[in-house]
Design a protein around this ligand. Structure first.
Ligand SMILES: Nc1nc2c(c(=O)[nH]1)N[C@H]1C(S)=C(S)[C@@H](COP(=O)(O)OP(=O)(O)OC[C@H]3O[C@@H](n4cnc5c(N)ncnc54)[C@H](O)[C@@H]3O)O[C@H]1N2
Ligand code: MOO
Length: 391
């Protein structure tokens, strides 16, 4: 059995960023990673622009000016300004080439067609030079940058409509187990509702992975092998829930072995999620997540999500640990490292009741996971602990 640190390292080392890139409409690119430097097709601003509502001045060594016209945002006209002349101008309007400064209207007294400044104007004040933000042909955003809402706004301001991004992986979720029935049906004795697939699909969607199919398979070796074969051939990532432990009806490991996948690791010294299995088949990635619901979700956050982010081109795909103060006591029972459902508030973390790997109630209330390494057996109120925030 390997340690959590080894499992994280193996997962990272065996995950590569996809070579597949696609053009995407800018409006659909939120959360994708830029795969090719984006150069700006224009200078921004494209022209000398007024930053204030006020007056553009033909000189800066005068205090009184004659008003000779007006330019508002969107106007194309170019007015020639001489010494002692000014025009009315508005925020965003093109500043005449001959203007030396713009003064805001609050600093001016107006009388008919004459304005008097209350203070002297500084050269080029309140004028945004053309290309102040970016020059035409310069790199607007470079390869590896995540597209944020601000990024979409910025690229749209440059007139860009399509960008090249890394393709997000296609993902198959497979829930295994004879006992599982879809919510909505009546349970017979011995049956439970299948909840892992909708849970995994929801957390995937929340992190921007939407190209997902979901299948269910009974505890049957041949059916499991066939479905896994088909899903590995048709998807970039396969997430299996359940059937990976040592029971007589746990067929996932055996089926994957028969499909010649390359096992990277099986079993991690952690709770929950001990029987986690990670494998590769060429460029395909396979995680078999332990079926206990909290084990599946915990392994998803700790191992699967960073791997999916790395595949998708994210630079900062690794877990971001923080050290915070615990306001709970907790005693670890075994030797394994533990991931505990927790709630962070005001920079303090509460370890929630109900940590069993079969329970989701605490997870449903959690916004963080506390990590207790193998060598820590007790947490006291006021101790510092390592935490990740849930996405
Ligand atoms: N003899 C041993 N038994 C077990 C060991 C062990 O080391 N030796 N490990 C235990 C641990 S730890 C875990 S975790 C589980 C993992 O088992 P599997 O991955 O094979 O999962 P299943 O047996 O299929 O299911 C476990 C549990 O979770 C429920 N389940 C499964 N799938 C779903 C689903 N899609 N939705 C809701 N609930 C699901 C299932 O009914 C079981 O109750 O093995 C221990 N056993
Ligand atoms: O690894 Mo299991 O999740 O302890 O129940």
């Amino acid at each position: 059995m390997i340690s959590v640190q080894q499992a994280l390292q193996f997962t990272k080392n065996h995950t590569k960023t996809t070579p597949k890139t696609i053009p995407l409409p800018l409006s659909e690119s939120l959360g994708f990673i830029i795969a090719k430097d984006i150069t700006s097709p224009i200078s921004m601003p494209p022209f000398r622009q007024s930053a204030m509502d006020g007056y553009a001045l033909g000189s800066i060594d005068d205090m009184t000016f004659k008003l000779i016209g007006e330019v508002k945002a969107g106007d194309e006209k170019e007015i020639l300004l001489h010494k002692g002349e000014a025009i009315r101008i508005f925020t965003g309007a093109p500043v005449p080439k001959t203007a030396k400064a713009v003064i805001m209207q609050e600093k001016v007294t107006v009388s008919n067609i004459t304005i008097t400044l209350q203070e002297t104007a500084r050269l080029h004040s309140n004028i945004r030079p053309a290309g102040e933000q970016i020059e035409k042909g310069d790199i607007a955003l470079s390869k590896g940058t995540e597209i944020t809402p601000a990024g979409i706004g910025y690229l749209a301001s440059l007139g860009i409509t399509t960008i090249t991004v890394y393709q997000k992986p296609t993902i198959a979720i497979i829930a295994t187990g004879n006992e599982l029935v879809p919510p909505g049906q009546t349970l017979a004795h011995g049956q439970i509702y299948e909840s892992n697939s909708v849970m995994l699909a929801a957390t995937l969607a929340k992190s921007g992975f939407t190209d997902i199919v979901t299948h269910k398979v009974a505890d049957d070796y041949e059916a499991t092998r066939q479905l896994l074969d088909q899903m590995i051939n048709t998807h970039d990532v396969v997430l299996i829930s359940g059937g990976i432990s040592v029971g007589d009806y746990d067929f996932v490991g055996k089926a994957l072995g028969a499909l010649n996948v390359k096992e990277v690791f099986y079993k991690v010294k952690q709770k929950p999620g001990k029987p986690l299995y990670f494998a590769k088949k060429e460029d395909k990635t396979i995680f078999a997540l332990p079926g206990n619901p909290a084990s599946s979700l915990s392994c998803f956050y700790i191992y699967v999500l960073p791997s999916l982010l790395k595949i998708s081109g994210y630079r900062n795909y690794e877990l971001s640990w923080r050290t915070v103060i615990s306001d709970s006591e907790y005693t670890k029972k075994g030797q394994r490292a533990e991931f505990l459902k927790a709630h962070m508030e005001n920079e303090k973390v509460t370890i929630l009741d109900g940590q069993a790997s079969s329970m989701l109630r605490s997870f449903a209330l959690a916004n963080a996971i506390v990590y207790l390494p193998e060598d820590i057996s007790k947490v006291h109120v006021g101790d510092t602990v390592q935490v990740i925030n849930l996405p």
